[in-house]
Design a protein around this ligand. Sequence first.
Ligand code: TYC
Length: 108
Amino acid sequence: MSQRERPESEHERGLVVETAKPELERPPLFRVLLLNDDYTPMDFVVEVLQLFFGMNREKATQVMLHVHTRGRGVCGVYTREVAETKVSQVNDFSRTHQHPLMCTMEKA
Ligand code: TYC
């Protein structure tokens, strides 16, 4: 087949733009944090850590005391949607019980 007759390839016609990248990247992770305050009872913080972060009483007490002495502490690391849900659930629960406990998140 001569150069004149050869059918143009898809690439030459501009149809093949880019091969799709396999979706293998790990999603960004976020740390969920508790902040210290002067009013929330220690027992309430321990209960929150057990209820929302699946900690046993010993681990929850350790984390609560860390927050109490250092000002803030990590409750867990999650994808964005899970972290946002934990933050909302904890803050709603604290408000419902009229405690000023604050839960927040930051990029890991
Ligand atoms: N500082 C509180 C107290 O003395 C206890 C506390 C611990 C509050 C951790 C919040 O995230 C917190 N009662």
